[in-house]
Design a protein around this ligand. Sequence first.
Ligand code: ZN
Length: 97
Amino acid sequence: MKFILLLLLLAQPAGKAELRQKIADLKLKAFEMQMQIELLEKQLHDVEEAEANLPPPTIQAKPPVKTRCSGHNKNGARCSRNAEAGSRFCWQHKPRR
Ligand SMILES: [Zn+2]
């Protein structure tokens, strides 16, 4: 479609002033595009640099894994509660001090 439009534009006779105007417009567009390309290249460079400086992902980003209580209930079965943070036992089975 663009190609056909271009052909139609070229086929039409155009005055010198019109041609100069078109050239000026296209030059301006080319300049603007060059600026955009440079800006995007700079952004890409910044992103790549930031990625390179990032520390390797750690497991700290994940929520702490819940561990099951190591205690046993009256029937001798394994306690089904979750252990408290930093402990192997739940609130009921944790060793008293
Ligand atoms: Zn327990």
